[in-house]
Design a protein around this ligand. Sequence first.
Ligand code: HEC
Ligand code: HEC
Ligand code: HEC
Ligand code: HEC
Ligand code: HEC
Ligand code: HEC
Ligand code: HEC
Ligand code: HEC
Length: 319
Amino acid sequence: MIRLVFIALLLVGCQADDDEVLQGGNLILGASHGGDGSAWGLADCNACHALAVIHPEAADIRPLVRERGYGTCTGCHGGNGTGQPRRCVICHNATDLPEAPLLAGRHPHGFTAGKAAPLRDEQCLICHLASDMDGRFEPERDLTPFPDAAGYNTRYRRIADFCLRCHNRDHQQPGFELAGDGFSDPLIAVEDAWRFVDKHGLSAGSGERTYAGLRTGYRYRSVVECTDCHAMHGTENGKLIIDDSRKGVSRLEGAMREKPYRVVTTDGDYSRLCVLCHQMQILLDAGGEDTGNGLSGVHERGSDCRACHTHGEAVQAGL
Ligand code: HEC
Ligand code: HEC
Ligand code: HEC
Ligand code: HEC
Ligand code: HEC
Ligand code: HEC
Ligand code: HEC
Ligand code: HEC
């Protein structure tokens, strides 16, 4: 049996790891490729690996790799020491993998706030350096390891841990410096703001407030992921707020999430977002009124929520 030897190439501090086998989930080729390193640095995969015989055990990817050909290899297996570009959109596009991920919408997380342009391969790689593409999203494997405040690549327990490695005041990543528009701009303040319940950080809500009630899938005293509200891959809304329930609200009961429900945000009216998860039990104020996407259950609609609800708001202690 051929031994599969791989080296983890990390973005930061590009180091040679312990020998790692393919089964470990790391698909990136290392300097011993070819058994003795004889295939390292070679660009022409075709010379040794025929499309017809590779991937006998990877039924999910085999047809697509065959169809798109050798231009796909480096996307999953790395540049093989050649510096060849790694392509993603060659497969992750509206035709081949229309739902993984949903890319439609003018605003993706393109690392420049407010800019509207489709994501390029290099940008996918900033967030997904070495995904195993096994059809299951695991933060630890599928998101790029960035160092924490102390400089260590500690595990991501949830997606928010990944976001906060960049979105903070004092331990940002080189090349991704964030200035923010003042002290309270969530771009830099969200690591602090995240300690408070509004916009759903670590502190547990009581579930005993005037407008209490959550839809199936969500519970009080639980943390809501950043990506339940913010779309990374494309949305029509500003501030990367999801425009479609399928792009976020990951724990919402399946049939409802898939329906899908639209989210349009205008002038600080986020009612169509909030109502995806919140549904007050005892109807008060605007609680019975359609927010505009067919759902009702929040105490205000059609007005600016930001006077009282912002990232880090800690004062919603009663009316
Ligand atoms: C000169 C021949 C040669 C070329 C060119 C070559 N490989 Fe390989 N490759 C091998 C050999 C031999 C092995 C098996 C030995 C090993 O495990 O490293 C291998 C192994 C692999 C493996 C690990 C799985 C396995 O069966 O060991 C992957 C993935 C891989 N090659 C991908 C590529 C890609 C992608 C390219 C093009 C960038 C490429 N190879 C170019 C010879 C080659
Ligand atoms: C979407 C990700 C993906 C792409 C693109 C991809 N591979 Fe793979 N490759 C895998 C996975 C996953 C495995 C491990 C599963 C297995 O052993 O079949 C693998 C294993 C391999 C192996 C070793 C065992 C085997 O299945 O033959 C070789 C050789 C290989 N790939 C070559 C290539 C070449 C050449 C290309 C470009 C034509 C390519 N791969 C494109 C994901 C990919
Ligand atoms: C700013 C970081 C970021 C960028 C840039 C990014 N992603 Fe993601 N991606 C994530 C996060 C976080 C998740 C998990 C949460 C989610 O699904 O939104 C994810 C999930 C995924 C998934 C699995 C979930 C699904 O919808 O099927 C795929 C596939 C994916 N990304 C591919 C891509 C591709 C392809 C690109 C480039 C076109 C890209 N990503 C760009 C952060 C990013
Ligand atoms: C051969 C086409 C192909 C290429 C090229 C490709 N992918 Fe994938 N990718 C897939 C398939 C197929 C899946 C599994 C989708 C599913 O079953 O939901 C996947 C899944 C993913 C996932 C979801 C997590 C997981 O483990 O399934 C991420 C993230 C991802 N790809 C990112 C990328 C990035 C980043 C690139 C470029 C570096 C890339 N992909 C290149 C085919 C490809
Ligand atoms: C590698 C660093 C990095 C990571 C990781 C990262 N971001 Fe960002 N983010 C940025 C940069 C850089 C900007 C652009 C800032 C600017 O232009 O002032 C940005 C902008 C944003 C914006 C504002 C976009 C706009 O158009 O208004 C939001 C919202 C955001 N990020 C959320 C997230 C979330 C949620 C995650 C985790 C899933 C995440 N980011 C992960 C670096 C990062
Ligand atoms: C993805 C689902 C989701 C969305 C979208 C959402 N929420 Fe929540 N919300 C929750 C969950 C879950 C809790 C309970 C959190 C906890 O216990 O820490 C909660 C708690 C709260 C609380 C605290 C309640 C308490 O008992 O202390 C407030 C206030 C709140 N949300 C306001 C909003 C507003 C305003 C919006 C729209 C901008 C919104 N939520 C959007 C899921 C969501
Ligand atoms: C319940 C939904 C929700 C969750 C969860 C959430 N956000 Fe937000 N976020 C919003 C809303 C709504 C805004 C817009 C507020 C406004 O208009 O001032 C926003 C604004 C932002 C902004 C400012 C964007 C800009 O361009 O001004 C950033 C950055 C951001 N969030 C990052 C995050 C990060 C990182 C997380 C996870 C730690 C997170 N958010 C979790 C709803 C959410
Ligand atoms: C004038 C201030 C104010 C404005 C404006 C406001 N809210 Fe609230 N909201 C509150 C207060 C106060 C609470 C908590 C009530 C309590 O503590 O009993 C609350 C609670 C909530 C909750 C959490 C319900 C729960 O306990 O689970 C949601 C969801 C919510 N508001 C949505 C909205 C939406 C959507 C808008 C904008 C369309 C909005 N709010 C505008 C003051 C406001």
